[in-house]
Write a protein that binds this ligand. Structure first.
Ligand SMILES: [Zn+2]
Length: 347
């Protein structure tokens, strides 16, 4: 923990900024943030918050690294890809080299109703680095239920948006969007692509909001929905003042938390831009990757590290994690992925 003058020196320029000052910096160093998702948005978020001196960062992500991530996921490099590392493991190493004063806790997991309580426990803010609506509704449920501010951010193509949710003060995510869009309706990074500048813009907006909250300046948070379209050079602020009263929101007014209670949302998903399916089993007993490696010895090409096991067979690539979760590449058909899982891993 940074107490001494010397420990504060590295933040000199940030402390010089009036609204933060030394007092704000000390608050940051004593604060805790959850970075949910550590891909494009999440790696900018984690990078910025670690450099700023947020004392404890909990970073969670379900995925491992691939070469096509490097175009926009600024924490990672080619060696991380070659090492087959889960994103948060690579991120943790990098962040500790950036700022050894802050604690970085890396969690390789799919965020679901079974683990969200543990993930948000004790944090002062949640920042959104996810790539899907389901997780955002789950985050929103948890944030409202446990009264934790959270910052939503999302982007696709060259466009992105962000909104800050302060429970009891601002509209919540479900006030803005009462129901998730049906599958296949919204563009994905698979269909629309994504350019890296929008990631940096949206994640920076989110990080600024988190820093306001963590330095004790909730009064300064953005109460509008911000929409940025970089290719067309447009920035819009949409007023949300009336939303909270008019929306009769089931979450923040009705205190219903169906995602948190596991009544909504399935954690089996076709992964954005990957020709891959994730199969997830919340609450699964731990799986021994070592025994699995022995079992699969004659089946296909198997490799393993501490964090994951990979099986290449029949043109598919299956990556299995110790919590039983698997990412199956080579198909975007959930039923086919389930069959492959049952065949090689077992249920
Ligand atoms: Zn609401």
């Amino acid at each position: 923990m940074a107490d001494t003058r010397k420990d504060l020196d590295r933040y000199a320029r940030q402390m010089r900024y009036g609204p933060i000052g030394e007092e704000g910096q000390r608050k940051l160093l004593a604060s805790r943030a959850l970075v949910c998702g550590c891909g494009a948005l999440g790696s900018v978020l984690a990078n910025t918050l670690a450099r700023s001196g947020v004392g404890h960062l909990r970073i969670v992500d379900r995925d491992f690294l691939e070469l096509n991530n490097l175009q926009r996921q600024v924490l990672y490099d080619e060696q991380d890809v070659a090492d087959n590392l889960p994103k948060v493991v690579a991120a943790q190493r990098k962040l500790q080299r950036i700022n050894s004063q802050v604690e970085v806790e890396a969690v390789v997991a799919d965020v679901d109703h079974a683990n969200i309580g543990r993930l948000v426990d004790g944090v002062d803010v949640i920042v959104d680095g996810t790539d899907n609506f389901e997780t955002r509704y789950l985050l929103n449920d948890a944030a409202i239920k446990f009264s934790i501010p959270w910052v939503y951010g999302g982007c696709i193509g060259a466009e992105g948006q962000s909104m800050t949710i302060v429970p009891g003060q601002t509209p919540c995510f479900r006030c803005l969007m009462p129901e998730p869009p049906p599958p296949g309706v919204t563009p994905t990074c698979d269909t629309a692509g994504i350019v890296s500048p929008i990631v940096n813009v949206i994640a920076s907006l989110e990080a600024m909001e988190a820093l306001k909250i963590l330095t004790g300046h909730v009064e300064a948070v953005n109460r509008d929905l911000t929409i940025v379209e970089l290719w067309d050079n447009r920035l819009r602020q949409v007023k949300l003042d009336s939303l909270r009263e008019s929306a009769a929101c089931l979450t923040c007014q009705g205190h219903e938390f169906p995602w948190l209670e596991g009544k909504r949302g399935s954690h089996t998903a076709v992964l954005c831009g990957r020709n891959a399916v994730q199969l997830s089993f919340p609450g699964h007993e731990p799986l021994s990757l070592e025994s699995l490696e022995e079992k699969l010895g004659g089946v296909g090409q198997v490799s393993r590290n501490r964090y994951l096991l990979r099986l290449a067979v029949d043109g598919y690539q299956m990556t299995v994690f110790p919590d039983g979760r698997a990412i199956i590449a080579g198909t975007d058909d959930i039923a086919e992925a389930r069959t492959l899982y049952a065949r090689y891993i077992g249920s």
